[in-house]
Design a protein around this ligand. Sequence first.
Ligand code: 5GP
Length: 190
Amino acid sequence: MAASPTPPAWNRETDPFVELISAEAITRRVAELGARITADYAELGAGEDVVVLGVLKGSVIFMADLVRHIALPLTLDFIGVASYGDATVSSGVVQITQDLTRPIEHKHVLVVEDIVDTGHTVHYLMENLATRKPASIKLCSLLHKPERAERQVHIDYLGFTIPNKFVVGYGLDVAQRYRNLPFIGHVAQP
Ligand code: 5GP
């Protein structure tokens, strides 16, 4: 773990961030994931496009970088989910707040998540999407916190396994902020 980088000049808060995963390490890993996904879906025939499905809002920065490393015909869509609980504890009650714009029946769906924590959100989401009869459905998650698992979730493509810390940056927020940090960090305890 690197020492705390100087908080960005735009940060008006006093939160000191400890860097957990550098921007360079993220870049390398995202390229590797994209190459694996490209290889795994390479045999699809004409008309069998992949739908890359981003889970709002935490996955958008990861998704934007990832799809530029997937050398296949694909389309993008988004789904919004809310997990009720306080800012840092998932309750296990999940609701769709914004649905897909197009049907996924007979499509090859790749769900892109920011983090699998307790697993409740992804478990609910994968079950819900499966009822829409996609040709296939796989999960790509940037982060996984196995210590917090309450649901068994199969992650087909995983960026990084992390310790049980509340992380921010590269799409992940605290109260909607810090999504634009280029690295992944956690707020250091005083
Ligand atoms: P789960 O249902 O797996 O417990 O939680 C999934 C959602 O909780 C994630 O998609 C994310 O929005 C949020 N979450 C879980 N852990 C973290 C974390 O360490 N940092 C941030 N910013 N969000 C988290």
